[in-house]
Write a protein that binds this ligand. Structure first.
Ligand code: 3HC
Length: 374
């Protein structure tokens, strides 16, 4: 790898730029619609570097070297010598097709393109490329520097060279790469979409937020659904739910309340130091506005059973559809990508243990079932 190109200069793109420059130690160029956005992105990257310096994780020499390796441009010709170009732009197929189209004309034949889409079809994103076979999905998890997973998405046209490059780069970034089929949400987001969709549906039914948090606690995830939504961004969360609802309307909820919360910007209220104090009162009012008269709130037990059965059903379908080849892939993805406690062994042993697998598909994921904690 000699030079990395990043399409986009927002917060996600700047997290990528920092990770790539730090781990690969090669020039990284970012771009966006105009110079002001590019400058803002460069500012974020310098801030990331300064943070690492302040934490004593890198020396000042390295901080200077990393800063010098990152440049910004509005001229796509500056991507000509990049051999890896990844996009981190708005989650809309047309926008992604356009930015790849603009840059492809300048790239060498063997350059590889990667998309960080959270749930869109990689095949569709590549539909307008001259060489769609060099496009691969390369899906990171928030916080990018911390979560040790990348889902490498093999779209129907992705060739072996692009796939091998993606696997090699993931390794150099210090991440574990799991190959997945090009289906909505890939692995982790499909499971999180089920969980978050149920959580938003529950509060839209008048279920108190605390009841939802209590219902999903036994799963052991480090963040409750609402903290997780705030982490990934309410707009991104709403988009992930919409994509799944569009693909599987009978099984996934979208959330009108979350759409409006995304416009508002917050679900949680924070103090001056950024520590969460509770739920933002206006956000609670927005959710209440979307509660249908006569809606029936769930109890902790009812919602827990819905979530567990929903997850067992979805994972069973993912295996039948060949999204991955074995339940262990899903367990590993959830442990590495969403912090499912490794001590519990992953999602499928849990669902076997609580009886959800038996209830939903009359069998268990594991034979014999994995006994253990929780
Ligand atoms: N943003 C950036 N960095 C953060 C952070 C945040 N919100 N929260 C914590 N960190 C960093 C800390 O700075 C620290 O870094 P350091 O080691 O360099 O100092 C490191 O994470 C560990 O911090 P803590 O010791 O405070 O860690 P915690 O025990 O509180 O764990 C966590 C933090 C790792 C974020 C944990 O809560 C977790 O695993 N949460 C689940 C996150 C998750 O599910 N992510 C996937 C979401 S789906 C997604 O992103 C896909 C997309 O397409 C939607």
């Amino acid at each position: 790898m000699t030079k990395v190109g990043i399409l986009g200069a927002g917060l996600m793109a700047s997290q990528f730029a920092f990770l790539f420059v730090r781990r690969l130690q090669v020039p990284v160029v970012i771009t966006d619609l105009d110079q002001a956005r590019v400058d803002k992105g460069l500012g974020y990257i310098r801030d990331h570097i300064d943070e690492r310096l302040a934490k004593g994780r890198i020396s000042s020499d390295e901080a200077n070297r990393l800063k010098a390796l990152v440049t910004g441009t509005t001229d796509k010709k500056d991507f000509a010598d990049c051999d890896w170009v990844i996009e981190a732009v708005f989650e809309e197929v047309g926008v992604k097709q356009q930015v790849f189209g603009e840059v492809e004309q300048y790239l060498a034949e063997d350059a590889v393109l990667a998309t960080n889409t959270s749930s869109l079809s990689v095949d569709e994103i590549g539909a307008k490329l001259r060489h769609p076979e060099r496009l691969v999905g390369f899906h990171f998890f928030n916080p990018v520097a911390v979560m040790p997973l990348i889902e490498v998405v093999k779209a129907p046209k992705t060739n072996d060279a692009a796939l091998a490059t993606a696997m090699e780069i993931a390794k150099k970034l210090g991440k574990n790469a799991i190959i997945t089929k090009d289906t909505p949400g890939f692995i982790v987001n499909r499971i999180l979409a089920k969980l978050l969709g149920e959580a938003m549906h529950a509060v839209e039914q008048g279920t108190p937020f605390d009841t939802v948090v209590e219902a999903v606690k036994p799963l052991g995830l480090p963040m409750d659904p609402f903290v997780l939504l705030e982490l990934v961004g309410l707009r991104v969360g709403a988009h992930v739910l919409e994509t799944h609802h569009a693909a599987f309307p009978e099984r996934f909820f979208d959330s009108p309340a979350l759409d409006e919360l995304a416009d508002y910007g917050h679900l949680l209220e924070k103090d001056a130091k950024g520590k969460t104090k509770g739920y933002d009162p206006k956000a609670l009012a927005i959710v209440k506005k979307h509660t249908a008269p006569g809606a029936t709130p769930f109890t902790v037990e009812q919602l827990r059973a819905r979530v567990e059965d929903g997850l067992a059903d979805e994972i069973h379908r993912m295996l039948e559809d060949g999204v991955v080849s074995a339940p262990e892939d899903i367990d590993l993805a959830m442990i590495l990508g969403a912090g499912w406690p490794f001590i519990m062994g992953g999602a499928t042993p849990y669902l076997d243990r609580v009886g959800a697998s038996e209830r939903v598909f009359g069998d268990t994921f594991h034979h014999p079932p994995v006994r253990g904690v929780a």
